[in-house]
Design a protein around this ligand. Structure first.
Ligand code: DNO
Length: 395
């Protein structure tokens, strides 16, 4: 397994020197400054790569091997007139990355919003902070802040009442925090940051786009990309929709094994792969993560390892628990991923996906979910699991 670490570039508060100390060997990164839809020039990729790899002769090497993500322009998701230009740009970027040796490419196809949480500082009994998605808060935002037309049809009477009560008790500061958290965006998101008005406009563009249409647009996009990926030796790794269900009346099409089966049946190319984002898929009780790790052995090129614990009453609400102790059987997931590597004679990239905000990181600037110490703890725990399984399996 190749232990990787997400690095947001020169502005990331966690430096490469710190990343090196975690023992990770591979860097997961992107050119976040380039506007969505533009080609990433080869020279810009080279500059980023040399920044990451500049101390490799003297120190433990760090290599840029995984991209997370090349953003997919909304016009592609909508198959809007002229979207072919954006597909061509995506292909150019893919080729430029491959030419520089960056050949594992994570991307997602979530309309309008990328990953979504409602609380960025949810305090755990240990005193550390975690990220949380609270379904009632989300509903309160949708119904009473955004006031989305037709939103009431998406919630039961009981859900509506819970959201109404919650909203009535929220101070204006809390409302603006919640709004910012949901629509202005989280680190690494691959969609634009919106004002409320722009957000409504972005949603309106999807009027009439249901699951079938969005899926057709995804498959149409991939049909054009995959031959180039194959030629360039690139492995694509689609990231699931986080959380994995429809939101704001938008269809989401990478949420379950059924979605994955449709994707791989329609486009069996070996370059067509997935990111097993354990925490995202695991936010649904009906996704069996160890089973998915087994079933998609050949398709998993990249894994995000993170634990999730759901609320007993409202199963769509969850917090990001510790990497090993959550509702997900992480040990079995790791065991199956290792088994796949053995059986297929290849390595996959894993990274600790998010970590708790804890210790010295609490008083320093950090990207929500992407602090240093919490992620290092997650990586170290997972490394322990890997070593223990390897030792048990060796003759
Ligand atoms: C959040 C991440 C997402 C992810 C993109 C993949 O922590 O998992 O930002 O990178 O959705 O395209």
């Amino acid at each position: 397994m190749r232990e990787s670490w997400r690095w947001f570039g020169p502005n990331d508060p966690v430096s490469l020197a710190e990343v090196r100390q975690t023992g990770a060997t591979d860097i997961v990164s992107a050119l976040h400054d380039i506007p969505i839809g533009d080609v990433w020039p080869r020279t810009a990729i080279q500059v980023h790569k040399s920044l990451i790899e500049k101390d490799n002769a003297a120190m433990a090497p760090l290599n840029w091997t995984v991209v997370e993500s090349i953003p997919v322009h909304e016009d592609i998701k909508l198959a809007a007139p002229g979207h072919e230009t954006y597909i061509d740009a995506w292909i150019e970027t893919l080729k430029n990355l491959a030419a520089e040796g960056v050949k594992t490419v994570c991307y997602n196809f979530m309309p309008v919003i990328d990953w979504t949480r409602t609380d960025l500082r949810y305090q755990l009994p240990s005193g550390a902070f975690s990220l949380r998605f609270d379904q009632d808060k989300f509903a309160a935002f949708d119904l009473f802040v955004l006031k989305r037309a037709g939103a009431e049809n998406d919630y039961s009477g009981d859900e509506y009442e819970r959201a109404r009560h919650l909203f009535a008790a929220m101070a204006s500061e809390e409302i603006s925090d919640l709004t910012r958290t949901i629509i202005a965006g989280l680190p690494g998101k691959m969609t634009d940051a919106y004002s409320l008005e722009d957000f409504r406009k972005a949603l309106a563009r999807y009027h009439g786009v249901d699951h079938d249409v969005l899926r057709k647009n995804l498959f149409g996009f991939l049909a054009k990309i995959l031959p180039h990926a194959e030629m360039a030796g690139v492995k694509l790794a689609i990231h699931p929709d986080d959380p994995p269900w429809d939101m704001f009346g938008l269809p989401r099409v990478i949420c379950t094994p059924d979605d994955l089966d449709k994707l791989f049946a329609a486009l069996p190319s070996p370059a067509n792969g997935m990111t097993l984002c354990v925490g995202t898929y695991g936010s649904r009780p009906d996704n069996d993560l160890p089973q998915m790790a087994l079933d998609y052995s050949e398709r998993i090129h990249f894994a995000h390892l993170r634990g999730v614990t759901r609320d007993p009453q409202e199963q769509r609400s969850f917090y990001e628990a510790s990497h090993l102790d959550s509702d997900i059987d992480m040990i079995r997931v790791v065991r199956h991923l290792l088994g796949n590597e053995q059986a297929l004679q290849r390595e996959i990239f894993i990274r600790p996906d998010h970590g708790h905000l804890m210790m010295g990181d609490v008083s320093r600037t950090s990207n929500p979910g992407y602090s240093a110490i919490g992620r290092m703890k997650g990586l170290a725990e997972i490394r322990g699991v890997i070593r223990a399984i390897e030792a048990t399996n060796s003759p």
